[in-house]
Write a protein that binds this ligand. Structure first.
Ligand code: ADP
Length: 250
């Protein structure tokens, strides 16, 4: 369970990117975070794995105060949280399997990490994750030979190899064409349902958010203005989230 209590985030330049965030997200939920560019969506999800530190309130994951973690405890905590980015963040000049194996690097003794030596068990786990994502046949292909959708699947396989409890995804389909974007959203849905992994997606496309997420959080200027079922998001809700903008929801 992820719990935000009166959380605020002020960047070092003084900008208040999040204010009065109160949220409880249960294990296995599929949550979409929507809002204008600059509303604070990315900041919000990045506080959960401490990519950004909160500056107000309390944030806990399964009762652990995220701000109390340092060094080894922070590294161990982060292993339970997968992160997916818009730009896939793969090592493009190496093979798919080597990309997935990087999931194990933070746990390895330095000499194994330096030499790239992995156990049979680790290799099997990486192959299994690729199989789960339907791209086992690409294991020995260079990552830059794959389409955008396939690259995002490799990123998901790398995350699955970590056995995550939570997956945070920051605009994961923003650089994909509409058909591929839906396929990747299908992958998120399958992962969420079959493995009971909590999925939090920061997404620009309202239509996809409503189609796939069970819960939608609308953010405007760093504050939550809607938190409820996707099925109850109507035009009035969208107006409140996108109020005052020239930007049409996608
Ligand atoms: P979104 O994901 O909704 O587009 P972000 O969370 O990226 O929004 O950004 C929220 C606000 O915080 C924006 O106004 C952005 O300019 C500001 N911001 C983001 N990162 C930083 C930073 N490192 N320092 C100062 N301000 C930042």
């Amino acid at each position: 369970m992820i719990e935000f209590k009166e959380v605020g985030k002020r960047y070092s330049n003084g900008y208040e990117a999040l204010q009065h965030i109160n949220l409880t997200i249960g294990q296995g939920e599929f949550v979409a975070i929507i809002g204008l560019s600059g509303a604070g969506k990315s900041t919000l999800i990045r506080t959960i794995n401490r990519m950004h530190d909160i500056t107000q309130g309390k944030l806990t994951v399964d009762g652990t105060d995220v701000m109390s973690l340092h060094g080894k405890s922070l590294r161990e905590f982060r292993r339970r949280i997968g992160m997916i980015f818009q730009s896939f963040n793969l090592i493009t000049r190496t093979t798919v399997i080597k990309n997935v194996l990087t999931a194990f690097v933070p746990e390895l003794p330095w000499w194994r990490a330096t030499l790239g030596i992995f156990t049979k068990e680790e290799k099997m786990k990486a192959l299994e994750a690729l199989d789960q994502m339907g791209i086992l046949d690409k294991a020995f292909v260079r990552a830059d030979q794959l389409s955008g959708g396939q690259q995002q699947r490799v990123a998901l396989a790398r995350t699955l190899a970590q056995n995550p409890q939570i997956i945070l995804a920051d605009e994961p389909v923003a650089s994909l064409d509409p058909v591929t974007a839906k396929q990747v959203m299908d992958d998120f849905q399958r992962i969420n349902r079959d493995m009971n992994i909590t999925v939090l997606i920061n997404i620009h496309h309202v239509e996809l958010a409503l189609q796939y997420a069970t819960r939608v959080i609308g953010i405007r200027a760093g504050e939550i203005v809607y938190d409820g079922p996707a099925a109850q998001v109507d035009q009035a809700v969208l107006d409140s989230i996108y109020q005052g903008s020239q930007e049409e929801p996608a």
